[in-house]
Design a protein around this ligand. Structure first.
Ligand code: FAD
Length: 120
């Protein structure tokens, strides 16, 4: 885990990716169930801007292409979390990593696993 969390040095591609996914999935986990039009627009814009400024050129290009093909689904917490899970799995697939079971995305990023292993 230390290689992921780092040691006060600039982030490499994997550290940046791990920490960015953490922020993105947590944002999706706490996105409203009934967002306003403004919130929906802002969230869509957020992902477009992220894809323009993400500081890994090939990652940014791929993410931007992915968003053009299948834009963020901002209608609810459920739809945004599922869309992001799909997007992350798309990257996982490309990198040869295991795919994540998207039916468990709220356990991973919001509620904790049902076996209680995340309980304080
Ligand atoms: P990560 O993939 O970082 O995942 C972190 C945690 O998220 C996992 O431990 C798991 O619990 C959970 N998780 C995994 N999959 C899902 C899912 N589908 N839904 C919900 N939770 C999940 N790296 C490259 O080498 N090339 C690229 O082109 C590239 N593009 C990227 C694009 C973006 C937008 C981002 C944010 C990252 C990108 N990365 C890329 C980095 C890459 O995705 C990983 O973050 C990095 O390789 C570290 O992987 P990891 O195995 O530590 O876990």
């Amino acid at each position: 885990q230390l290689h992921i969390l780092g040691n006060n040095c600039p982030l490499d591609k994997d550290q940046l990716g791990y920490q960015t996914w953490g922020l993105l999935h947590t944002m999706a986990a706490y996105y409203p169930d009934h967002p306003t039009d403004r919130q929906r627009k802002d969230m869509s814009k957020f992902f477009v801007l992220l894809s323009r400024f993400y500081p890994c050129e090939t990652c940014a290009k791929d993410f931007s292409d992915m968003i053009s093909i299948r834009p963020p689904v901002t209608t609810s917490q459920e739809s945004l979390s599922q869309w992001l899970c799909w997007a992350h799995n798309n990257v996982n697939y490309r990198l040869g990593k295991p795919l994540f079971d998207c039916s468990r995305v709220n356990e991973r990023w919001r509620d904790g696993w049902t076996d209680g292993s995340c309980d304080p």
